[in-house]
Design a protein around this ligand. Structure first.
Ligand code: SF4
Ligand code: SF4
Length: 432
């Protein structure tokens, strides 16, 4: 039987070098910096003061609105200050600096047994659960769709090269992922959930098939990028097409991430709010790579110093938060781990190529491979002419910024940068 997939897309090298490395606890520094903006939406508001003692798992920032989420201390210790630091996408936001006393005195939420739909929804909100595949959209908002839904899809494609933390969750915590999926199903009132896993992870498919029950079905997917993009995985599994500019709920679907499902199970059954997560560190710019349980608020510089070993500093020429296709290159290592930090890549020049863009040769490859049926070449041309109205007409707002066009372009045109610029201009014009 043909494997399920979507139209177009590309095939970057998987580079899943860390797939066989089990999750282990990452060391914790003397100080952590808990970001108040670990999600899409309004930043959290601090609820602690300088000089306060806080426990591991204690809320230190409350949700700043409906589309927002609380944040929690990842250690016990003293609040030292509230400082502005850059996030991994370069925004300066407030962080709560906490001096770690290494006692890990902990507070939890009450454990729930056989919770009702309302109790699950409340717990997801109280535990600060957000989409952990990188989007960081507050999950309690996603669980209240405006349209009726009948299908939940758990995105376990992990199609970005290098990243293997969801794969390790499948192998090491299959039951929690299944139980979290069932909790999400109950919260949504659906009786069918599909967990999509790319077919190059046969061990994960096997383990998850053994663990699956209660309306949860494991679906092998063709290995292709961006198989894990929301609209693409919906089409691959259900053949439903989300309309341009529309939301998954319009075709009866909600998509959540593997780690999100795991974190929902932890929040409900163990009373653990979201302040640590599984993360992959990979690349040849550090000596030790692997999959780690990392607490929130750990500076990227500490991670680099801990793992680089004998690798000379100049070897790590590029640091990427996320994967190489959709991740963000880091200007410096001050950003800290947060709810959406699925991976950090430390790459030397050997692992990535830097090309000067040359003139577009009209080969049409970017158009043929775009999973959203857009015309990246023409959108870039419109941006160069500062004709943002034309870029909008060409559908630039429907671009999912997957990077397939730039990946496949022989002229190495900076297509995604142009698209991001157009979106920013169009949004700011809309605000005005
Ligand atoms: S135009 Fe957007 S959606 Fe299409 S390939 Fe490029 S980045 Fe992906
Ligand atoms: S892939 Fe690159 S060179 Fe080819 S049409 Fe698109 S922008 Fe031009």
């Amino acid at each position: 039987m043909a494997l399920k997939t979507f139209r177009h897309g590309v095939h970057p090298s998987a580079n899943k070098f860390t797939k066989d490395v089990p999750l282990e606890d990452f060391p914790v520094p003397d100080k952590v910096y808990i970001s108040l903006s670990q999600h899409i939406g309004a930043p959290a508001k601090p609820v602690v003061n300088v000089g306060d003692y806080v426990y591991e798992g204690q809320m230190v920032g409350e949700a700043g609105g409906f589309v927002s989420a609380p944040v929690f201390s990842s250690v016990s210790g003293m609040v030292k200050s509230i400082v502005k630091l850059p996030t991994a996408i370069g925004q300066m936001v407030d962080h709560i600096e906490i001096e770690n006393d290494f006692k890990y005195d902990k507070v939890s939420l009450p454990k729930l047994v056989n919770p009702s739909k309302e109790e699950i929804l409340q717990r997801v909100k109280d535990a600060g659960i957000v989409g952990m595949g990188g989007a960081t959209f507050p999950t309690h908002v996603k669980l209240a769709p405006k349209d009726p839904v009948d299908v939940l899809i758990i995105n376990g494609a992990e199609c970005e090269p290098y990243i293997t933390c969801d794969y390790r969750l499948f192998l090491e915590h299959a039951n929690e992922v299944v139980e979290g999926t069932k909790l999400l199903m109950k919260a949504l009132g659906v009786d069918k959930a599909y967990i999509g896993i790319e077919n190059n992870k046969p061990e994960a498919i096997k383990v998850m098939r053994e663990a699956a029950n209660g309306g949860v079905e494991i679906v092998p997917l063709k290995v292709k990028y961006p198989q894990g993009a929301e609209k693409q995985i919906i089409y691959a599994i259900t053949k439903r097409v989300v309309p341009a500019g529309g939301l998954p709920a319009q075709v009866g679907c909600v998509v959540s991430n593997t780690h999100t499902a795991y974190s929902v199970a932890k929040a409900v059954f163990d009373g653990e709010p979201l302040y640590k997560r599984a993360m992959t560190v990979s690349g040849d710019g550090v000596e030790k790579t692997g999959n780690f349980w990392v607490r929130g608020g750990i500076p990227f510089s500490f991670i680099y110093e801990t793992l680089r070993g004998e690798v000379p500093e100049c070897m790590s020429n590029k640091v990427i938060n996320g994967g190489p296709m959709m991740g963000f290159a880091q200007a410096d290592l001050r950003p800290v781990t947060a709810k959406g930090t699925s991976s950090l890549l430390f790459l030397s020049h050997k692992m990535f190529s830097e090309f000067e863009p040359t003139q577009c040769i009209n080969c049409g490859r970017c158009i043929n491979h775009c999973p959203m049926n857009l015309v990246p070449r023409d959108m870039e041309r419109a941006v160069i002419k500062e004709d943002f109205a034309r870029a909008e007409k060409l559908g630039v707002m429907n671009c999912i910024e997957c990077g397939s066009c730039a990946f496949i372009c022989p002229a190495k045109r900076p297509l995604v940068q142009a698209i991001r610029l157009a979106k920013k201009e169009i949004r700011s014009k809309g605000r005005k």
